[in-house]
Design a protein around this ligand. Structure first.
Ligand code: ATP
Ligand code: MG
Length: 274
């Protein structure tokens, strides 16, 4: 058994999940975004969610981070019930996310964007951000040190004093990952971390995601359309279609499941990457 297989089999047997998402139903007028979705994430596990456009992947993240409130279901994280909590309260419990479309302050430097990640109440608007930065710069040397560690970890040193808006797309995605890490989360949600990246940027990002799991031991939920990346990196995968899970298992189990092949993988090369 290889080290990866050993870890996978350990992680599938782990008794006490970090995250339990159970029987979640989320509907909007005329659309059922999530139709009885259940999964768990184990300590240190990289759990991937795949499915066609509109399948409900981002909706799972929006439920997890308190943006959407489902009509039914249970979501527990580290023993706490998440439903009904506001986004900042959930962030304070230790869930951090990156977004499908980058959400950074493009006029601020890499360092300042990472500093903002140190703050669990995300400041709304640029004025609030500047006010908080002023305070952080006066009071929080420890924050600076933590941010410098992230700069080293994600190899961002050459860009650290540049405004994020000037950086190549792949580097901006990496800064966003850094901003999420800066909050010292206990669970990381990655929404399409390599979408729109070239091959080299994708390989870099894959390496950082592996480092986060293997060196920091941080559990992650990753939504991604890049099937090669998901098959290579994930410990377990949940396939959803029209808001319904089709199959959850190891990459091997999922890739050989007849329902998955019929509903999704068979159309792999037709998947819309928009
Ligand atoms: N705020 C909302 N109001 C109405 N419908 C919504 C809302 N958010 C999501 N939906 C609908 O819920 C379904 C699932 O959307 P979601 O964004 O979760 O899909 P996704 O799997 O992330 O898709 P993609 O791969 O395109 O990012 C879609 O039909 C979408 O239109
Ligand atoms: Mg999405």
């Amino acid at each position: 058994m290889t080290a990866t297989e050993a870890r996978r089999s350990e992680s599938t047997q782990a008794p006490s999940p970090v995250l339990t998402f159970e029987d979640v139903v989320l509907g909007f007028e005329g659309v059922t975004a999530l139709n009885d979705v259940s999964f768990t994430v184990n300590p240190g596990e990289l759990f991937a969610v795949i499915g066609p456009n509109g399948a409900g992947k981002t909706s799972i993240f929006n439920v997890l981070s308190g943006v959407y409130r489902p009509q039914r279901g249970t979501v527990r994280f580290g023993g706490e019930d998440l439903l009904g909590r506001r986004p900042h309260a959930i962030a304070r419990l230790g869930i951090a996310r990156t977004f499908q479309n980058i959400e950074l302050f493009s006029n601020l430097t890499v360092l300042d964007n990472l500093m903002l990640g140190r703050h669990h109440h995300h400041p709304y608007g640029v004025l609030a951000a500047f006010a908080w930065l002023g305070k952080a710069q006066r009071n929080e040397r420890a924050n600076r040190r933590a941010v410098e560690e992230i700069v080293d970890f994600l190899e961002l040193a050459q860009w650290r004093r540049l405004p994020v808006g000037l950086l190549p797309y792949g580097v901006q995605k990496r800064v966003e990952l850094g901003r999420a890490l800066a909050s010292e989360p206990k669970l990381l949600l990655l929404d399409e971390p390599v979408a729109g990246m070239n091959l080299e940027e994708t390989e870099d990002m894959a390496r950082f995601i592996l480092d986060i799991r293997d060196e920091l031991g941080l559990p992650m939920v990753m939504v991604e359309h890049d099937m090669g990346l998901v098959m290579d990196l994930a410990d377990r995968i949940m396939v959803i279609d029209f808001g319904k899970p089709i199959r959850t298992g190891t990459p091997k189990e999922v890739a050989t499941d007849p329902d998955v092949i019929r509903a999704y993988l068979g159309e792999e090369h037709k998947v819309d990457r928009s």
